[in-house]
Each structure stands twice: as C-alpha cells, then as structure tokens.
Ligand binder design. Structure first.
Ligand code: FAD
Length: 293
C-alpha cells in the first residue's frame, strides 16, 4: 500500500517507528514485532543507521519481516549524507526486489569517521535521486515544527521544505515535540506558504528521563514545565514514571485528535508495552472520532 493513498483513504492513521536492535538476529526483535503487530498499526517505519550499506540491509530485512510475516506495510528510512550513489543504488535495487513501496528520505547526520565525497547533501537531493530511479515509490520527508537543531529559523526551514516537496516528498513526519501549540503554529505557517500535504506529528512517549534527555538534546523541542515536573518527581520510580508518562503522552495525542490530525506516528523506542498502554488509552476515542470527523 502506498502511504499517501492510505492517508487519503483513512480518517485516522496510527503508525509506529522502530529501530534495528544491535543484534538483528536477537529473538527480542521478533517478540517485539509480534507484540506490535497485535496492536494493528497502519504501518511501521524502520530507522536507518549512519554507518552505510550493512545498516541499510538490516533496515530492509526488518521491513521484509514486517511485510511478509505480519502483513503490515513497512516504510524504510534512508539517509543520503554518508552514502555514495552505488550504496543508494544497492538499497534501491533491494527495495524493488522486496516490493517495498515507501521510503522516508532523509539527509542524516554527517559521520566524521566516514571520509568520502558527499553525493547527497540534502534530503531533497536523495528524494530527487530516488524518484529518478523508481517512479512508483512514495517518498516521505522529515520536518521540524520548532526548527532544526542546526537552523532554528523556521521561515528558512519552510523554504527548504518546499524544495523537498517539489523534489517529490508526498507527506511529512515531524520531529518530536511536546508543545502542541508549536505544531499548530507551524501548520498554520505551512498553509500560508501553500504547503498542504499531510504533516503527521511524530510523538515520543515520556517514560524514561535519561533516555528522553538524550533525545531532547538532539532536537529543538521545548520541554513544558508540567512535563519537567513529572519527570523530576518520578525519575527514580520506573513504574510510576511509566504510568504517569503514558497518561501524559496519551493526553498530548488526545489534544492532537481534537485538532483533527490525520495521523500519529508514535516513536515506540522499541517498547511494545508502553506502546500498547498508549494505544489502549487512545483507541476508544479514535474509534469514536472517526465517526465525528
Ligand atoms: P534536510 O531536509 O536536508 O534538512 C537538513 C537541514 O538542511 C535543514 O536545516 C534544512 O533547512 C537545510 N537545508 C535543506 N535544503 C537546503 C538548501 N538548499 N540550502 C541550505 N540549507 C538547506 N536520522 C538517521 O540517521 N536515521 C533515521 O532513520 C532518521 N529518521 C528520522 C525520522 C524523522 C521523522 C526525523 C524528523 C528525523 C530523522 N532522522 C534520522 C534525523 C535526520 O536525519 C536529521 O535531523 C538530519 O540532520 C536532517 O535530516 P532531513 O532529512 O530533515 O534533512
């Protein structure tokens, strides 16, 4: 299924993001995929490491399992900045062979250990290249409601986003954020600039303070006071933070539903228990909401 069509067809689309485990053969990943599949996501995206082709093949292998064993649509992430054309070609050949229909095309972050000529400087360059090789494939792009960590000038970011869409991106998934108002302001700005493709909020569960601090430090996301208070209060009590955090994230999603978002992309952090808790919280409302929209 091409995901741009899915967003058109569905009132609401719930998708998950996972990342390859360090040891792909680890049976933990099968357990996780089995548990996540029971939650009936509309699709699952798989991240792509910065280290070249082998990482790409891991991502593809997981995508094939999701597609062939669980009958769920996968979307692979693919980054350009550290890859040569030959490496991208190799991945794209596999994408065709495995009948993968959707790619989230990204720039990636430069890996200083990889010393080679840059062939895909921005995501738009990779997007254009993929399109030239495979006309059918649906390409998504990333966007940053609070600006990218290397450029917090939202107006400039939006101009670059336009180029990415012109290159072929059909829908966008956001960087994580906690303040929905920032996302709504961003959406308003996009509409003013005539950007009307689907922009799907990427939402991260707030159930592990250490992990979250690391992720937040890499993003431009502002942390509201109530979230900070909750993290400080429960940081030493794993179970309490899990309970409070899943409610907090569910509440954030409920507000996004009120805004009539067409979908949520949940960064699962490979934790199926927390994903299930959040899904259970929002599911009845999603079912009712589809009648209301
Ligand atoms: P781009 O769209 O190329 O933008 C990067 C920066 O360049 C922006 O500041 C943009 O404004 C600027 N820019 C774009 N075009 C121009 C231009 N013409 N002139 C000047 N500046 C320009 N990373 C991974 O390694 N693996 C993953 O699997 C992965 N998954 C992700 C999933 C999502 C949903 C998101 C939001 C991010 C993900 N990332 C991943 C991180 C991403 O690779 C980094 O944030 C990266 O720094 C930017 O990628 P991009 O595709 O947004 O880049």
């Amino acid at each position: 299924m091409y995901l741009d069509e899915l967003y058109k067809k569905n009132d609401f689309t719930l998708s998950f993001e996972i990342f390859p485990f360090k040891k792909w053969s680890n049976k933990k990943i099968y357990e996780m995929l089995f548990e996540l599949s029971k939650l009936n996501p509309d699709f699952i995206s798989i991240t792509y490491g910065a280290g070249g082709t082998k990482r790409g093949l891991e991502t593809l292998d997981i995508a094939s399992v999701i597609k062939d064993e669980y009958n769920i649509e996968p979307m692979i992430h693919l980054t350009g900045i550290n890859s040569s054309k030959e490496e991208i070609d190799e991945i794209l050949d596999e994408v065709k062979r495995r009948d993968i229909k959707n790619i989230l095309a990204l720039r990636g972050d430069i890996n200083k250990d990889i010393n080679k000529k840059i062939e895909f400087e921005y995501a738009k360059d990779l997007t254009k290249y993929i399109k030239s090789k495979n006309k059918e494939i649906v390409i998504a792009g990333a966007c940053y409601p609070q600006g990218h960590s290397i450029n917090s000038n939202i107006d400039e970011e939006i101009e670059h986003l336009k180029q990415k869409i012109e290159a072929g991106a059909k829908f966008l998934i956001t960087q994580l954020f906690f303040e929905n108002e920032r996302f709504y302001e961003f959406k308003d700005k996009l509409v003013k600039k005539n950007i009307n493709i689907e922009v799907i909020p990427g939402i991260i569960p707030v159930t592990n303070k250490k992990q979250l601090n690391k992720i937040i430090s890499l993003s431009n996301a502002s942390v509201p006071k109530d979230l900070l208070r909750m993290l400080n209060k429960y940081e030493d009590n794993k179970q309490a933070l899990k309970e409070a955090g899943t409610i907090y994230t569910s509440k954030q999603i409920i507000d996004l539903l009120s805004y009539k978002t067409k979908g949520i992309h949940l960064y699962t952090l490979n934790n199926h228990e927390i994903t299930k808790k959040i899904k259970d919280n929002i599911d009845p409302l999603i079912k009712l909401n589809s009648n209301i929209i």
